[in-house]
Design a protein around this ligand. Structure first.
Ligand code: PGA
Length: 229
């Protein structure tokens, strides 16, 4: 079972350290993996029960890419895990499939573990093109990469408090499982009240949690619920 905390543009280095110290007090179930994606400025050499990853990085070791971080900056902190394709990168920052695939190939070459996000917009769902749009988000992506984890995150469920229905999640995860053998997560308004139901969905290997993970007590409560399952 995989639980991922995506801090997005929240937490500082100091508050991330306090969060990790608190998280380190709990015990994980043997089949459990935790991932934490702090903002780039909060990366550091942490001792943690969670795998620490970066939310974004450019496809180069270093160079003239103002505002970006690359392999060299990640290597300083021993980061070998990357989140790619998040809907906020795709939709707010206009990352194209081509750019995302370029980053994927570069960090795959470096042996990074990659949590790769896909998901349809509300318009695509209403137009009945959910599967087609998700399939397109695998263009240029090595879907057989052994260090790949895929997160299905319907764009309309992210940060809205309204998660997708269990049957819809199940249907999409079934579809994605035909595209890739990677472990599959669901993300989009996962919280204390719905995590158990979501984790019990067929083909669901875990969850990607945004807002409900920013408070460490809340995240620990969700880990405890997952441990019971
Ligand atoms: P949310 O975010 O849990 O706040 O909906 C999920 C995500 O963006 O990964």
């Amino acid at each position: 079972m995989i639980l991922v905390a995506n801090f997005k543009m929240n937490h500082t280095r100091a508050s991330t350290r306090a969060y990790i110290n608190k998280l380190n007090e709990i015990e994980l179930a043997p089949n459990m993996r935790l991932f934490l994606f702090p903002p780039a400025t909060a990366l550091d050499k942490y001792e943690s029960i969670a795998t620490i990853g970066a939310q974004n990085a450019y496809a180069a070791k270093s160079g003239s890419y103002t505002g970006e971080i690359g392999l060299e900056q990640l290597e300083e902190f021993g980061i070998e895990t990357l989140l790619l394709g998040h809907s906020e990168r795709r939709h707010i920052f206009n990352e194209t499939q081509e750019l995302i695939a370029k980053k994927f190939a570069f960090y795959q070459e470096q042996g990074f573990e990659i949590v790769y996000c896909v998901g349809e917009t509300l318009e695509q769902r209403e137009a009945g093109t959910t599967f087609r749009s998700i399939k397109h988000q695998f263009d240029g992506i090595d879907r057989a990469y052994e260090k790949l984890i895929v997160a299905y995150e319907p764009v309309w469920a992210i940060g809205t408090g309204k998660s997708a229905k269990a049957e819809d999640i199940e249907e999409v995860l079934e579809f994605v499982s035909q595209i890739t053998p990677a472990p599959l997560l669901y993300g989009g308004s996962v919280k204390r009240g719905n995590i158990a139901e979501i984790l019990s969905i067929a083909k669901c290997d875990g969850v990607l949690i945004g807002s409900a993970s920013w408070n460490v007590e809340q995240f620990i409560t969700m880990i405890e619920i997952a441990k019971e399952m």
